[in-house]
Ligand binder design. Structure first.
Ligand code: ADP
Length: 485
């Protein structure tokens, strides 16, 4: 203000008393811009006072009124400029405040969306928001994996287009329900990028304050594994129940015979022939019971992995001969013939001879058991590049296609009824499979159906014949191992 004052005085020789106050409007403006309302109004009145002192022509009486007019006019303009400036400043400040508030809100919204995405992407379920037009507005990482599309591509796409017609037909009525304002929970099969899966879904409507449904949140979980595990648990429970029923039958028959025999022994103690006969009955049935319990213990040991193999270099022919030896009495009893085509070549394995013979013995015993009298059971050995393949085929009952995948299951008995005395307790093949697998081999069963015989194939890894330098004959080894166990 003082600078303008000095400038105006300096210009007096040029301007004279013309518009003495006009430049001071700049001073008022400057004071207003820099200092605000107070300084601007002070500047207005200060200018009026100083200008009056400096420029008023006191000697020129009649012009005093005109000067008063100048001053009044200047004060009016100065006050108006001050007020307008003040208003403008207030409005500007308000606008700046609003802008910074909006910016803060924007940052906060971006932060919370980032947090939401972090959480949504971290969970192993699909989370989406779908609007009332059935278009995806938010999708998490799992949804992208299921639909094989990145998040930004899913934005705005219609549900129908994304999930495909087949899936959409399963969920469209659920979407109708949720858009009508009802929470929906359902499970259904869905074909996703990972294949056919079973999903469990939860749809929650997004209701605006006016009651309008703006869209819905969907939370979808893949429960395929759980459903399979539940089915497996149910099957295991069913199998266990069947086993218990069967075991009760199997135990009941020998126990009844033993009881009957001991009753007779008590009453007819003096008749030696009768005593002998009944002791024989007791012996036979306790032997059967012991075998039953042994098999159960054995299978428990194998399934719990507590069996230790005593591996050594051994020829497949020796293993098979030993297995055939153990089942010969059963074959003799039914007048069955074993047709053995063992290998001419020495095919060596790294195996526990006793355990492997046991596996083949079980398969051979079944072949005898489930084949008619006078039938033929064939055993053949084939040498593949790295494997030995053993096939045991019979002309017996055969296995129905539905039973084939289950013959190696524990307690599985396919083609005979409980208590007919014509079979074991369904552990023989489970044991054989586990033992072959413990040796790193594979076993499978084939049959053309009931009455068409069965073929069991066992594949085991070969080792080079040089690996065997142990001259101890197998039967000696078996005896030695038996004593060790
Ligand atoms: P099991 O002790 O009842 O013989 P396994 O585990 O040895 O039990 O066999 C399971 C089931 O597989 C048998 O009950 C039988 O129904 C069927 N099976 C096994 N071997 C044969 C075979 N050679 N021919 C026909 N059925 C067989």
């Amino acid at each position: 203000m003082l600078a303008i004052f000095a400038l105006r005085i300096a210009l007096t020789p040029i301007m004279g008393s013309q518009a003495p106050l006009l430049p001071f409007i700049l001073a008022v403006l400057g004071a207003g811009i820099i200092g605000g309302f107070g300084p601007a109004i002070t500047a207005t009145f200060l200018v009026a006072l100083l200008a009056t002192l400096q420029f008023a022509d006191w000697s020129y009486g009649p012009n005093a009124v005109a000067w008063l007019g100048h001053v009044t006019f200047f004060i009016a303009i100065g006050t108006s400029v001050t007020v307008i400036l003040h208003r403008l400043q207030v409005a500007m400040r308000a606008q700046q405040h609003a802008v910074s508030l909006a910016r803060a809100a924007e940052t906060k919204a971006a932060d919370s969306e980032a947090q939401l995405r972090l959480v949504a992407d971290g969970v192993p379920v699909s989370i989406c928001y779908v609007d009332a037009e059935r278009r995806y507005r938010f999708t998490n990482r799992r949804a992208s994996e299921w639909f094989k599309k990145p998040t930004h591509q899913l934005q705005g796409l219609e549900v129908r287009e994304v999930v495909g017609e087949e899936n959409y037909s399963r969920i469209s009525s659920k979407i109708d329900d949720v858009l009508a304002g009802h929470a929906v929970k359902f499970s259904a099969p869905m074909s996703l990028a990972l294949g056919l899966r079973h999903i469990s879904a939860y749809y929650v409507p997004d209701v605006a304050p006016d009651g309008r449904v703006r869209g819905f949140f969907e939370l979808v979980d893949d429960v395929t594994e759980r459903i399979h595990a539940e089915a497996e648990l149910r099957a295991t429970a069913r199998q266990r129940d069947q086993f218990l029923a069967m075991l009760a039958h199997e135990l009941r028959n020998p126990l009844q015979s033993i009881r009957f025999a001991t009753d007779l022994l008590r009453g007819q103690g003096s008749d030696l022939a009768m005593v002998r006969r009944n002791v024989e009955v007791v012996h036979k049935h306790t032997a059967a019971l012991t075998r039953l319990v042994d098999e159960l213990l054995e299978v428990t040991r194998v399934t719990h992995g507590t069996i230790r193999l005593r591996k050594q270099a051994v020829s497949i022919n020796d293993v098979l001969r030993n297995a055939l030896e153990s089942v010969r009495p059963t074959f003799k009893l039914k007048h069955q013939t074993i047709n053995g085509n063992l290998s001419d070549e020495t095919l060596m394995l790294d195996a526990d001879p006793l355990r492997l013979s046991q596996a083949f013995g079980n398969i051979l015993a079944n072949a005898a058991q489930y084949s008619p009298a006078d039938s033929v059971v064939s055993v053949s050995v084939e040498a593949a590049i790295a494997e030995v393949i053993v096939r045991i085929s019979d002309q017996g009952l055969g296995i129905a296609p539905g039973d084939l995948p289950h013959v190696f299951d524990l307690f599985m008995r396919a083609n005979h009824s409980f208590g007919d005395g014509n079979g074991g307790i369904g552990v023989g093949l489970t044991l054989a499979k586990k033992l072959v697998e413990l040796h790193g081999g594979r076993i499978d069963a084939q049959s053309d159906g009931p009455g068409r015989g069965s073929v069991f194939t066992v594949r085991l890894a070969r080792i080079s014949p040089e690996a065997t330098k142990d001259p101890t004959p197998l039967l000696h080894k078996l005896e030695r191992d038996k004593n060790l166990r």
